[in-house]
Design a binder for this molecule. Structure first.
Ligand code: NAI
Length: 329
């Protein structure tokens, strides 16, 4: 079975190669190009393609894949908002994904961002490197005894609840469904109450019409002064322009973002030589209480290994016509 692996990075090869022995019938070719209508033809002669979060798996791409005989699309990620599901169904293309690989990977990064902005670790690191041992600008707060507000208590949010409990925090949460595994220590409240009571707010709900710009100036104004906001979920949960207004109102002790609205085009690219003409990200980065990372929540050895193994299992299931919870179509 031949698989063409789009937008391949070194870390992809490193995480898939250890599974070669386990799947001797699978031959993977890795290419740098992103999957899009212009590059879909490259998959001619392959049985399946493997794509990631920034691929264009829209109607045009799917039609080309179908026309050249590729009817298996393996998404090596949880999200599938970039796949035209209706078109894939119409063409009889099997699309599978990796719905869960390591919730701990993402939740641990969320807490890392919360701690880093609280204690200004990015500043402290640079100051000491410059022989500046003063404490100016580094004062934070204890998390112990404070209230963590978790928005979305699915797989990742539930782990974040446990991490916050480990720090001695009171944990409150908002979700459209309550997670029974958390009932011993999590108090479910309305979204407004979460905004009003939390010292740390961490977003772990999916991006949908109902959650688009969930964090905007109106909701920011309901938050406590000196709150820490962390987003490791999807950029558009936060209205960036209004977040900037909120920061200017001095609402936040810190803001930690692994995802942000402008990230497409940046994610996993080196743009350090470019002049950014209209970047709100650059505006955000100029604030002393903001730290941004580039969608690296999933980037641990354990998560990558789980993604590789599940993707190859998905290939076998697709070839054998086996339906599982990983099916998108
Ligand atoms: P999940 O599906 O297990 O949990 C999502 C939770 O959000 C569910 O409990 C659901 O009921 C809840 N929810 C739905 N609508 C809501 C609303 N309007 N308000 C509040 N809660 C709502 O998903 P999981 O695996 O925990 O992932 C959460 C998010 O993390 C994903 O949507 C994805 O965007 C993001 N993610 C980020 C990664 C990164 O590298 N930074 C990696 C993987 C996922």
């Amino acid at each position: 079975m031949k698989v063409l692996f789009y937008a391949a990075k070194n870390y992809d090869k490193k995480s898939f190669e250890p599974f070669e022995e386990q799947y001797p019938d699978v031959a993977i070719d890795y290419i740098d190009h992103e999957l899009e209508p212009r590059t879909a033809m490259l998959a001619k002669g392959y049985d399946a393609i493997c794509a990631f979060v920034s691929a264009d798996v829209g109607a045009e791409t799917l039609t080309i894949l179908h026309d050249i005989g590729v009817n298996i699309v393996l998404m090596r990620c949880a999200g599938f908002n970039n796949v035209d599901i209706e078109k894939a169904k119409e063409l009889g293309i099997t699309v599978k994904r990796v719905p869960a690989y390591s919730p701990e990977a993402v939740a641990e990064l969320a807490m890392a961002l919360a701690l880093a902005v609280n204690r200004r670790l990015y500043k402290a690191y640079n100051k000491v490197r410059e022989n500046d041992y003063t404490l100016k600008g580094l004062r934070g707060v204890n998390f112990h005894g404070k209230t963590a507000g978790i928005v979305g208590t699915g797989k990742i949010g539930a782990v974040m609840c446990q991490i916050c409990r480990g720090f001695g925090m009171k944990v409150i949460a908002y979700d459209v469904y309550e997670n029974p595994s958390l009932k011993d220590f999590v108090e479910y409240v309305s979204f407004d109450e979460l905004l009003e009571r939390s010292d740390l707010i961490s977003l772990h709900c999916p991006l949908m019409d109902s959650t688009y710009h969930l964090i905007n100036l109106e909701t920011i104004k309901k938050m406590k002064d000196g709150v820490i906001l962390v987003n490791t979920s999807r950029g558009a949960l936060v209205d960036t322009a209004e977040l900037i207004e909120g920061i200017r109102l001095n609402k936040f002790l810190g803001v930690g973002l692994d995802v942000y609205e402008e990230e497409t085009g940046n994610v996993y690219e080196d743009r350090s030589d470019e002049i950014m003409m209209h970047s709100v990200t650059a505006r955000l980065l100029a604030f002393p209480n903001v730290m941004i990372t580039s969608h690296q929540g999933f980037y641990t050895m354990e998560a990558l290994a789980a993604i590789a193994e599940t993707t190859l299992d998905n290939l076998m299931d697709a070839v054998n016509g086996v339906h599982t919870a990983n099916d998108v179509t």
